[in-house]
Ligand binder design. Structure first.
Ligand code: FAD
Ligand code: 2HG
Ligand code: ZN
Length: 481
């Protein structure tokens, strides 16, 4: 049978979704506007697509996949389109279909006694957090993009964020999944059991798979007691070594109630105060490094602030901390977090940047930063290191920005050489070249370079078993040819 023409594919899709359930370049008005779906958040890729499918039901997703599998049509799942590696962007062929999950956005169930929630893939992360909060519970994943990223994207990138230290990555919070498979079958495993040792943990394959093994339509997730006491400090430290020592000390002193511990370099304070309205330096004297740390408790009466202040006072005496501002109210706390969360935006506004989302064993972070900084100073005269991030998880955004007055094009042209040096150094430190942002299209060659051959071979075997016709997000994570 010859392949269907694009027009025939479109009418097949229309039978499944109805005209209001899809966008096509030919359609009049807003239904012809595919543009927002074709470019990734960082504007690294711009693809084309035959259509954007907007299913309203799980049955539509499974039917669509069965149809596309039969016709060998590539399918690119898309959530909030905020990811960093181009995983949600179609290729340039114009033959792929984007499946946006945004209309599958129902919270199906919340059980406060069971500390669980079942939500559909198109739920915006902030809506899940809000639903949990209203039920006096906490859903702890928190990212700068939480107002627009969606659960399906969070699960498929195994998102991290600012609470991993205490609650784990997205993967650690999943109890069950509902997934539409390439051949149109539905894996329906939305139980909320904490204990279930019945054979292979099949659901875990889809977490972090970036849409290459199935389309996630819903998930059951763990909830926690709502947090009622917060203590937040913006503390200057002499160097990253002191930051790591401070973290170890705070974990002990607080009975492991440190829920965030973010490293921030001086340059990030300069960038955010310059570019983001309303951001101010919380301290009077300029220092080389800072940490933003937060202790939390579910008991309102727990003296978290006292505990934090005592620990910081001890750390000041021991020169682990040089100076600190402790948030006195919700406004202070929000201001500290605004500074941290707007670093990516400030980096963007300042000019060209090169990004490296890396992780290193926490105990080696300081040595890594020393080695990496030396290499950059010697080899990238037109770049400035902006190394920040979730140091409590060993995860740094080891980014560079073009120096003032540097030529943007010449700076960005260094990308390959800089990436190679940094990622090789990461490997030498026993780290990962992709800590929380995934592989997408951007890091396919990096995966081939750094993954063990046996691991890559197993990944290809799994991909072939679940998607023998290669229709699911072709070319992402693993090379298709
Ligand atoms: P998309 O970008 O839409 O998709 C991501 C991948 O998942 C793609 O491969 C896509 O094909 C696939 N996919 C989407 N939905 C489904 C589905 N239902 N089934 C199968 N596959 C699917 N990330 C972090 O980990 N930590 C951070 O701290 C963090 N901070 C950020 C801050 C900002 C300001 C921004 C812009 C991004 C940040 N990110 C962070 C990156 C990003 O927001 C996360 O990776 C997020 O989880 C992506 O969700 P999304 O819905 O936007 O996914
Ligand atoms: C963060 O932690 C995000 O702010 C984005 O993961 C990091 O832009 C970046 O490099
Ligand atoms: Zn991050």
């Amino acid at each position: 049978m010859p392949p269907l023409t694009p027009a025939q594919v479109l009418s097949g899709l229309e039978r499944i979704l109805g005209t209001e359930g899809m966008l096509t370049a030919q359609a009049p008005g807003p239904r012809g506007d595919l543009e927002p779906y074709l470019t990734d958040h960082r504007r690294l890729y711009h693809g084309r697509a035959l259509a954007v499918a907007l299913p309203r039901t799980v049955a539509q997703v499974t039917e669509l996949l069965a149809f596309c599998n039969g016709q060998r049509v590539g399918v690119v799942p898309q959530g909030g389109n905020t990811s960093y590696c181009g995983g949600a962007t179609p290729d340039e062929s114009g033959r792929q279909i984007i499946v946006s999950l945004s209309r599958l956005s129902r919270i199906r169930r919340l059980d406060a006694l069971d500390y669980s929630i079942v939500a559909e893939a198109g739920c915006v992360l902030a809506d899940i957090q809000r639903a949990a909060d209203e039920a006096q519970r906490l859903f702890p994943v928190s990212l700068g993009s939480e107002g627009s990223c969606q659960l399906g994207g969070n699960l498929s990138t195994n998102a991290g964020g600012i609470h991993v230290l205490r609650y784990g990555m997205m993967r650690d919070l999943v109890l069950g999944l509902e997934v539409a498979l390439a051949d149109g079958r539905l894996l329906s495993s939305l139980g909320t059991l904490r204990k279930d040792n019945t054979g292979y943990d099949v659901k875990s394959l889809f977490l972090g798979a970036e849409g290459t093994l199935g389309i996630i339509t819903a998930a059951s997730l763990k909830l926690f007691p709502k947090l009622r006491a917060f203590a937040t400090a913006f503390a200057a430290v002499p160097d990253p070594r002191a930051a790591v020592a401070l973290l170890a000390r705070l974990r002990e002193a607080s009975g492991d109630r440190v829920s965030s511990f973010e490293l921030i370099p001086r340059i990030a304070v300069d960038l955010t105060t310059r570019h983001i309205p309303g951001v101010r330096d919380p301290l009077d004297v300029s220092r080389p490094w800072y940490v933003l740390c937060e202790l939390t408790s579910a008991r309102a009466a727990d003296p978290m602030e006292e505990l934090l202040e005592q620990s910081l006072a001890g750390a000041l005496e021991d020169r682990l901390v040089l100076d600190a501002a402790v948030a006195r109210n919700a406004r202070d706390r929000a201001a500290f977090w605004k500074l941290r969360e707007t670093i990516p935006e400030a980096q963007r506004l300042d000019g060209g940047s090169l990004k490296h989302d890396i992780s290193i064993p926490v105990g080696s972070i300081a040595d890594f930063i020393e080695h990496g900084s030396r290499w950059i100073a010697a080899n990238v005269p037109d770049g400035r290191l902006v190394a920040y991030g979730h140091v409590g998880d060993g995860n740094l955004h080891f980014n560079l920005n073009q120096a003032p007055a540097a030529d943007r094009t010449a700076f960005l042209a260094r990308e390959e050489a800089v990436k190679r040096a940094i990622h090789d150094l990461v490997r030498d430190f026993g780290g990962s070249f992709s800590a929380e942002h995934g592989i997408g299209r951007l890091k396919v060659a990096e995966l081939e370079r750094y993954a063990a051959p046996v691991e890559l071979d197993l990944m290809r075997t799994i991909k072939h078993a679940l998607d023998p016709n290669g229709i699911l997000n072709p070319g992402k994570v693993l090379r298709t040819d």
